[in-house]
Design a protein around this ligand. Sequence first.
Ligand SMILES: [Zn+2]
Length: 149
Amino acid sequence: MEPQNHVSDGADHAFCPVTGVKGKAVKMVTLKALLTPHALAELNPKAEFRFCPDPMCDVVYFSENQTYRTDDIKVPVLQKSQSLDVPVCYCFGHTHSEVVKAAEADSGQKLEGSISAHIKAGRCGCEVNNPQGSCCLGNVKAIVRALIT
Ligand SMILES: [Zn+2]
């Protein structure tokens, strides 16, 4: 086993305090855009936050000493929701059911192409729209691929 104590640079806070799953760093602007007013009022703007991707975990963002859960976020979080009404592409408003329907109608690639075109045109605002804080296209592709294979 690798010793854990040589890990530094905040990497020791990279794991969700509830499930222990590794979280990806998110920008402060994402939290500022997506936290509810009540949650935002408690935010430490100097902290480094990460996104917990575990679907079984209610924690969305965590830092060394703060956690924000799904109730603290203004929008439903794809990774944490079983609902087909949840957005997959937050910027251009494609829900999970819409992506599933497109994949089933064999137009998944077309939907991906439409999102790609918006990204190329510089219209994408994932860092302030998507709770994950990064581009949604990978999530769209994953859902389409899962249904066409
Ligand atoms: Zn978690």
